[in-house]
Ligand binder design. Structure first.
Ligand code: HPA
Length: 256
């Protein structure tokens, strides 16, 4: 079995790196690192490309997900940096995302462009319920460790939101805001891979505090959490007894 960890802002150190791979995909070249632990292959994919080069609206979402599928990945653990719209969710918190509101505007967002007929993908459970359960269990159901049932708002970026936009997102049920989880989560489901996402809260959203988080603050908060998350993902991969037959991730395509 193969597994992937997708990182965003900040770069993970996985320790025993074994191979650097550049894969040619129909959407361009994708770089990732693979390490092997206890006979399991774990891919680390930097979402923004090597060196954090691509801004959120220009990330190669199609290439990234296509490369993981082609390499044989079945389970994806993703991390995203988010701002919070809620006073009880603060910088440094970890949040488990269960649903999203899509406010992206201009990104390629599907593998199904009509050449295979019309295909719809169910979004009844966008984030794999089986993987989410493992994450909750690892954290002993403790909201001090991770807050559950989070709705993620995906904006187009790269600009941050206005205060009015944040009031609106909050009123319609958005808990956190980021720029990168859509269409990534959708494309994983289109390719029948189990996918989950943990948000690292880097700042309060625009209008919620008078002083916005500086770049430096964001980097240091993400740094604090990334080792915890990497260890958690690797532990779940090695010991979590992950299965492909108890979630809906492989039966979510509806062909018309
Ligand atoms: N808005 C959008 N994306 C983000 C934010 C934010 O406040 N924080 C981190 N990513």
């Amino acid at each position: 079995m193969k597994y992937a960890i997708i990182g965003g802002t900040g770069v993970y150190s996985l320790g025993d790196e074994v191979k650097e791979i550049t894969m040619d995909t129909p959407y361009g070249k994708i770089d990732f690192t693979v390490m092997e632990k206890d006979g399991k292959e774990i891919v680390f994919l930097p979402r923004h490309g090597k060196g954090h080069g691509r801004p959120p609206h220009l990330i190669n979402y199609l290439g990234n997900m296509w490369a993981l599928k082609e390499y044989g990945v079945e389970f994806i653990f993703s991390t995203v940096a988010v701002g919070s719209t809620r006073n009880d969710i603060i910088p440094g918190d970890l949040v488990l995302i269960r649903d999203f509101l899509d406010f992206t505007k201009s990104r390629p967002m599907t593998f199904y462009d009509g050449s295979d007929g019309v295909v719809h993908v169910s979004m009844a459970e966008p984030y794999c319920g089986m993987l989410c359960k493992k994450i909750i269990k690892y954290n002993n159901d403790d909201i001090e460790n991770i807050k559950d049932n989070i709705v993620y708002v995906c904006t187009e970026g790269p600009r941050f939101e206005t205060a009015a936009e944040i009031r609106f997102y909050s009123q319609i049920g958005g808990d956190v805001v980021g720029m990168t989880n859509v269409p990534e989560v959708v494309l994983a489901k289109e390719l029948s891979m189990c996918y989950c996402a943990v948000g690292i809260v880097t700042n309060m959203c625009t209008g919620l505090v008078s002083v916005e988080a500086s770049g430096l603050e964001i980097v240091s908060i993400v740094d604090d959490k990334k080792n915890y998350l990497t260890n958690m993902f690797v532990d779940i991969i090695l010991n979590g007894e992950l299965r492909t037959d108890i979630c809906s991730c492989r039966s979510s395509l509806i062909k018309v």
